[in-house]
Design a protein around this ligand. Structure first.
Ligand code: NAD
Length: 257
């Protein structure tokens, strides 16, 4: 336990189950005293999120929000404004691409598949940052989740890599827009972790094995390590950092070849 986030209201978007990176972040922030608000993608996931959040032993506000729908985003932040008022942080842990776009050659990406991946995985950060901005009257910190596939061509990551590149660029543009209101925007580039979203990526086991062999720390990372880095980015300790992509990947991204 620590008190780094005592009195801070932080919205967590993207808990699907106990393996979700968003859940790792929630646990770290909870241990630091934050008051958490969870959004979930449609009623199908509400029960999962309710069960998990109950484990924190503190009642959390749960709000429906499918980020492909402007009306959902508006309504969700309307409810949060009504029930909580000011927010100090937002964790955006949301991405999606069709499974068939996550194998073979990127050159075969369909127009629909490209648009869908961009909409859910990149544009949604812009939409939620715009909705969260008026609630961040005391300054704030927005943290999103990215991956090395946005910087390099990673086998099978394809359309999602291009969406992550757009997300990374959005982090910089949003940081530049919102900095004058003391709202910081950063991304964590996590090493591969076995989650529901990762299931869609072909040969994911081989990716994990490569990290174990080649990353400087000779191991993969887990949700708690991303969670603790997010804690740093939400806390006052990182007050001078914005527009940054912070790699939490056991050092893998620095190694050539
Ligand atoms: P996950 O499947 O647990 O989380 C993905 C979340 O996105 C789910 O909660 C899902 O409900 C949500 N989502 C998808 N479409 C949505 C929509 N239309 N509206 C609202 N929510 C929607 O998987 P995860 O690995 O925890 O993914 C979280 C983030 O971390 C993603 O951005 C992912 O790209 C990123 N990431 C994951 C890894 C990894 O190896 N797992 C590595 C780097 C980055």
């Amino acid at each position: 336990m620590n008190t780094l986030l005592e009195g801070k209201n932080i919205v967590i978007m993207g808990v699907a189950n106990h393996r979700s990176i968003a859940w790792g972040i929630a646990q770290s922030l909870h241990k630091a005293g934050a008051n958490l608000i969870f959004t979930y993608q449609g009623e199908r996931l509400r029960e999962n999120v309710a069960e998990l959040s109950a484990k924190l032993g503190k009642e959390s506000l749960l709000v429906n929000c499918d980020v492909t729908k402007d009306e959902d985003v508006e309504a969700a932040f309307g409810v949060i404004r009504e029930q909580v008022g000011v927010i100090h942080g937002l964790a955006h842990c949301i991405a999606f691409a069709k499974t068939e776009e996550l194998e073979g050659e990127y050159v075969n990406t369909s127009r629909d598949g490209y648009a869908l991946a961009q909409d859910i995985s990149a544009y949604s950060l812009v939409a939620v940052a715009r909705a969260a901005r008026p609630l961040m009257t005391e300054g704030g910190s927005i943290v999103t989740m990215t991956y090395l596939g946005g910087e390099r061509a990673v086998a099978n990551y394809n359309v999602m890599g291009v969406a992550k590149a757009a997300l990374d660029a959005s982090v910089r543009y949003l940081a530049n827009d919102l900095g004058k209101e003391n709202i910081r925007v950063n991304a964590i580039s996590a090493g591969p972790i076995r989650t529901l979203a990762a299931k869609g990526i072909r040969n994911f086991n081989a990716v994990l094995k490569e990290i174990e062999e080649k990353a400087p720390l000779r191991r993969t990372i887990d949700q708690s390590e991303v969670g603790d880095t997010a804690l740093f980015l939400f806390s006052n300790l990182s007050r001078g950092i914005t527009g940054e992509i912070l790699h939490v990947d056991a050092g893998y991204s620095i190694v050539a070849g």
